[in-house]
Design a protein around this ligand. Structure first.
Ligand code: PGA
Ligand code: ZN
Length: 435
């Protein structure tokens, strides 16, 4: 008997910043019920799918999602009822049609993604298989290398310094559990290093990393380097550094404003600075090194660093198949950050992951700064075969839900860890720009 969608129920819940977000529960024709919770970004890109918020300032400062919830009940549920639950592509297509806008602003990417994920999870449950196995289809499932947030700046930490995210990335460890242990000890070591420098970190930033005031952006790299050594690892050999510059968020009128340092940089200046850092520190990955629409400068950055390190587009690509296609064509970046809610359906997320693989780009499966305790992302990362995941820090339970789910999957013994050069650093096949 075919498995169909019976009913969809949504509700407004809270994310890790205490802002409303959407939860959807899907009921299938065999009585299986399962749910999914939608994340939400802070340093959102201009080209992301639309997160529908009520705008009623008397509730949660306008951030309520009751309309998105109603759209699930009144529009999506009746339209999807009776459709095959395991034809994810058809379900997602139908929701895209019902929305009818290029950015899902009519029904809201938050309501659509909630349905997309809830139905997939219900199918996996109905079949009695782990979610990652259902999602993988024919893809090569692999446990991802964790890129773990250690020091936060920018919009995630009250603009203490501009660069958003300094991460530790474990290299050449044979299991995911060992990799997690290594980065957890770097996280702890950073506290000691900061205190030694007379900088007491009070509390943590949005993704659970330390959010201290530092004299300059570059100091964060010095702190990282020192902490990796302090934790007993060889920098660059056992633990490397990844940086999310999130440059769109300090870009204004054609310049990159490092207010905390009183410096204003051109695209060329910023590229030189990043190249200098990449030469001086054990950096293996730079994300959003430039603003989301600074395409010509992105090509220069990629030409300069793309053969040596991973150059990731986050706001640049916004998990959008069209923008990724442009990046592949114009040889901009060599990796894509994948955030489900930037595009709003599971099928389009996989479209981006699969196209990246085909084009020789790497993909990093990523959480948002506003998350929930949902661990869907861990299964998605394993299923995608991408080999890298970025969830935030190893404190705060909305992050740990995913880290711990990966431990559980590793413990199941069916999936191997990706900690090989095949999955880290610049893609093996880096196209040269035509001369
Ligand atoms: P966001 O940050 O979820 O606030 O967009 C994460 C990132 O920039 O990678
Ligand atoms: Zn980013």
């Amino acid at each position: 008997m075919s498995l169909t969608v019976q009913n969809l129920h949504a509700l407004e819940i809270l994310d890790s910043r205490g802002n409303p977000t959407v939860m959807v529960r899907a009921e299938l024709s065999d009585g299986t019920i399962s749910g999914a919770k939608v994340p939400s970004g802070a340093s959102t890109g201009a080209h992301e799918a639309h997160e529908l918020r009520d705008g009623d300032r008397t509730r949660y400062g306008g951030k309520g999602v009751r309309q998105a919830v109603e759209n699930v009940h009144n529009i999506l549920a009746p339209a999807l009822r009776g459709m095959s639950a395991d034809d994810q592509f058809a379900l997602d297509r139908r929701m895209i049609e019902l929305d009818g806008t290029p950015d899902k602003s009519h029904l809201g990417a938050n309501s659509i993604l909630g349905v997309s994920c809830a139905v997939a999870r219900a199918v996996a449950r109905s079949r009695g298989i782990p979610l990652w196995r259902y999602l993988a289809g024919g893809r090569p499932a692999v446990l991802p290398v964790p890129m773990v947030n250690i020091l936060s700046g920018g919009l995630h930490a009250g603009r203490n310094f501009e660069i958003q995210d300094f991460q530790a990335l474990p290299l050449r460890l044979s299991t995911y559990a060992e990799a997690l242990e290594a980065v957890a000890s770097v996280h702890r070591a950073v506290r000691a290093v900061l205190e030694k420098r007379g900088c007491i970190p009070n509390g943590v930033a949005d993704e659970g990393g330390w959010g201290p005031r530092l004299p300059s952006n570059q100091t964060a790299l010095d702190v990282m380097l020192e902490a990796i050594g302090y934790a007993g690892y060889r920098p660059g050999e056992q633990v490397a550094i990844a940086v999310d510059v999130a440059a769109s968020h300090f870009y204004s009128n054609g310049r990159y404003e490092l207010h905390s340092e009183g410096r204003s940089l051109t695209s060329g200046d910023l590229i030189s600075l990043l190249a200098e850092w990449a030469a001086r520190y054990p950096i293996v990955s730079i994300e959003d090194g430039l603003a989301e629409d600074d395409w010509p400068a992105w090509a220069v950055l990629t030409e300069k660093l793309g053969g040596k390190i991973q150059v990731i587009g986050d706001d640049l690509f916004a998990t959008n198949p069209g923008r990724l296609e442009r990046g592949i064509r114009e040889r901009v970046a060599n990796a894509v950050l994948v955030k489900m809610n930037q595009i709003g359906t599971l099928s389009e997320t996989f479209q981006v992951i699969d196209r990246a693989r085909e084009a020789g780009f790497r993909a990093v499966i990523s959480a948002r700064s506003g998350e929930t305790e949902d661990d869907f992302l861990a299964d998605l990362a394993v299923a995608s075969g991408a080999g890298q995941i970025k969830i935030g820090s190893i404190t705060r339970s909305e992050r740990l839900a995913k880290y711990n789910r990966l431990l559980e999957i590793e413990n199941g013994g069916e999936v191997a860890y990706a900690g090989s050069p095949k999955h880290i650093g610049p893609p093996a096949k880096v196209d040269k720009r035509p001369d």
